[in-house]
Design a protein around this ligand. Structure first.
Ligand SMILES: Nc1ncnc2c1ncn2[C@@H]1O[C@H](COP(=O)(O)OP(=O)(O)OP(=O)(O)O)[C@@H](O)[C@H]1O
Ligand SMILES: [Mg+2]
Length: 389
């Protein structure tokens, strides 16, 4: 069928034609946003899921709900090698600039800008002289302790937003790349603004490897945050994700074709888009048949093997590739690190650094103590296909 009208959208963060199976997460976010901007306590979310399950899409969706609710929003992606202070600084400055032109928020925004100036200086963030014209106020966000200073900045921004009847929604993607103390600082800051009924909310998303929180951050995180899992779609949602976009284009699909797609994709959103994209291009006319779906499956797998999966392999060293191959040869995960070591014929303790490096590259994670698993769904199948060639 004409690729020009293909409704499916495989790609990082690209909005799917049908956001299937995520009603609960979206509704919970909507309630939290509506409560927070009214000064009511709410539970915020950290969305946890494997690669390609739709976390970024959800964060974008939640950002637009926030905008409709009256929030000024900031969307950041935690980088692998930069500090949280560095990525938040320009966002906080932009929010305060926007607030400072609103009549009711001007005074509070300028107070906050002067705190931000200290913040930039204690965290050695390179800023031009003209960036902030406010005079520094001693004692405001200038301790050099991230937890303390970020809490102060959240409070100052919250007060400024509140005086203009606005809110600040901070969306953080790839939250697994934050250092433990950075995530702790965010959680403690959220606790403070929540306690003071200020309209600031944080919604985050990342791989399901929870940071090792301790102290206050740990006890707050359990009460303040909900950690919804963003996983594979169940059968009903997977069917909707494929069928509804087709119906909108007046195209039917046979049940056995749908069954094949659900089996091949295991309900994972990214793969569903990839298969949808390929069945559309493979089929000549409605209804889409099992044969069309079989042709599409071959194309989709070939495309994934040479693209999506392949680029991830390219980030690994040869020794790391041996490690992930050993995992795949054990079957489907999670895998005990001791089993991986035996598979490799190596001593488990000597493999620690190699495992840590693969984890830091975001390829595998540790779902439980002593276990590892792939962060990319169906990656084990890919590795086995590759080993058989
Ligand atoms: N609920 C859904 N129904 C159908 N397709 C979806 C859904 N959510 C996301 N997708 C599709 O899945 C793909 C991956 O989405 P997204 O980039 O948000 O995943 P992610 O979890 O952020 O992945 P990564 O961890 O690699 O960043 C996109 O092509 C998107 O259109
Ligand atoms: Mg993403």
């Amino acid at each position: 069928m004409d690729p020009l009208y293909n409704p499916f959208s495989p790609g990082a963060g690209s909005r799917p034609p049908e956001l299937a199976g995520r009603e609960n997460i979206v509704n919970d976010a909507r309630i939290a946003l509506a409560r927070t901007i009214r000064g009511n306590n709410s539970q915020s979310q950290i969305l946890l899921g494997l690669r390609g399950t739709g976390k970024t899409v959800l964060l974008n969706e939640i950002e637009s709900i926030a905008e409709n609710e009256g929030y000024i929003t900031s969307f950041v992606e935690a980088p692998e090698n930069r500090s949280l202070a560095e990525i938040l600084y320009p966002q906080m400055r932009q929010i305060l600039r926007k607030l400072s032109v609103l009549e009711n928020a001007r005074v509070a925004a300028n107070v906050a800008l002067s705190g931000l100036r200290n913040f930039a200086s204690v965290f050695k963030i390179a800023v031009g002289d003209v960036e902030i014209s406010a005079e520094p106020t001693p004692g405001s966000a200038d301790s050099g302790d991230l937890e303390f200073d970020l809490t102060q900045m959240f409070e100052l921004i919250g007060k400024a937003a509140k005086s203009a009847n606005r809110g600040w929604a901070l969306l953080i993607d790839e939250v697994q790349y934050l250092k433990d103390e950075e995530l702790a600082a965010i959680i403690v800051s959220v606790h403070r603004v929540n306690q003071r009924n200020l309209p600031v909310i944080v919604v985050a998303a990342g791989l399901p490897q929870i940071a090792k929180l301790s102290g206050d951050a740990k006890s707050y995180s359990e009460r303040l945050f909900d950690f919804p899992g963003v996983g594979a779609l169940d059968r009903t949602a997977a069917i909707e994700a494929i069928r509804n976009p087709l119906i909108k284009e007046d195209i039917e699909i046979d049940d056995d074709a749908l069954d094949l797609i659900i089996e091949m994709t295991a309900g994972y959103p990214f793969f569903i888009q990839e298969w949808g994209h390929n069945i559309w291009n493979s089929a000549d006319s409605s209804p889409i048949t099992l044969e069309d779906a079989q042709k599409a499956s071959e194309k989709a797998l070939a495309r994934l093997d040479s693209g999506f999966f392949r680029v991830r392999m390219d980030r690994l060293t040869n020794a790391e590739i041996d490690y992930v191959n050993a995992m795949a040869l054990l079957g489907t995960g999670p895998y005990k690190t001791t089993d991986v070591a035996s598979q490799l014929g190596k001593d488990q303790s000597s493999l620690g650094p190699r495992r840590a490096s693969i984890i830091s590259k975001g390829m595998i994670y540790s779902p439980n103590y002593g276990d590892v698993d792939f962060t990319v769904p169906l990656f084990d199948d890919f590795l086995r296909r590759r080993l058989q060639q």
